[in-house]
Design a protein around this ligand. Structure first.
Ligand code: MF3
Ligand code: CO
Length: 254
């Protein structure tokens, strides 16, 4: 069952979303060759807690950190450690925060210094697919309209949509129904209604869509070693336009 959120619940998710977005902006400003991924995790946890949030990933199914940091052929769920970013890498930062019992979740992939033209194209395709999905997130449409728009955008760019991991409803829990695949058919699935809150998150491989999980039991990588990108926003279905609760471009005091 898909839980619709009341205005006061949406207000809490909006606050959680602001914490997530401001943390991502703070980390983005600190991405440079030489910084270690565990340092990014420490910065993120401090920032979230100072903003009166709780990092939702920490302890989730035993996950040991506050953020996921996934580099190059790593798709999602990379565990922060001693590895340092290098010029030309692409790095995905994924994090969630809880504010007064309500969750928001967002991710983005960034270039470290100068990156290749092909890597730039992968990032732009994945960000564009997320925007195309968000455009479909309006009352009267169905969930499959979001999924299909994301898939179409990614595949038109010549890249592949991962099948094993999907977006999700979000609210009192980080993962609520419905699942939001990044592939599907227009006109299929549940009708979208105002008050639904969803985490849309295209996960895209430059090569084949197949993935595997590393020995650490967390890090998901592309099976063929091709590079991966991941962009995510928590959104609310409104009366007309969707509201992006984790918008990175809002000014600070909002
Ligand atoms: N952002 C991920 C998601 O949307 C959650 C990360 S899994 C965790 O499902 F273990 F790191 F929390
Ligand atoms: Co998510």
């Amino acid at each position: 069952m898909i839980v619709l959120k009341s205005p006061s619940e949406l207000a809490r998710m909006r606050r959680a979303g602001r914490i997530v977005a401001r943390t991502l902006v703070y980390l983005r400003e600190r991405i440079r060759p030489g910084i270690s991924t565990v340092e990014l995790d420490r910065l993120a946890e401090e920032f979230i807690r100072r903003a009166a949030g709780v990092p939702s990933f920490k302890g989730y199914r035993g996950y040991p950190a506050s953020i996921c940091v996934s580099i190059n052929e790593e798709l999602v769920h990379g565990i922060p450690g001693q590895r340092r970013l290098r010029e030309g890498d692409i790095v995905t930062l994924d994090l969630g925060a809880i504010y007064q019992g309500y969750h928001s979740d967002a991710a983005l992939t960034l270039g470290v210094g100068e990156i290749s033209a092909e890597a730039r194209r992968l990032l732009e395709a994945t960000a564009g697919a997320l925007s195309a999905g968000i455009q479909q997130a309006r009352p009267g449409n169905r969930l499959g309209d979001i999924s299909a728009a994301i898939q179409r955008y990614v595949e038109a760019s010549g890249f592949s949509v991962v099948r094993e991991y999907v977006g999700h409803g979000i609210g009192r829990e980080m993962h609520e129904p419905p699942q939001v695949p990044n592939f599907g058919s227009p006109g299929q699935g549940p009708l979208l209604r105002p008050g639904m809150t969803l985490a849309l998150e295209p996960m895209v491989n430059a090569g084949s869509p197949a993935t595997r999980v590393r020995e650490d039991r967390w890090t998901v990588v592309s099976e063929d070693g091709s590079w991966c990108a991941h962009f995510e926003h928590t959104i609310a279905i409104g009366e007309a336009e969707p509201e992006i609760l984790t918008d990175l471009d809002l000014p600070d005091g909002v």
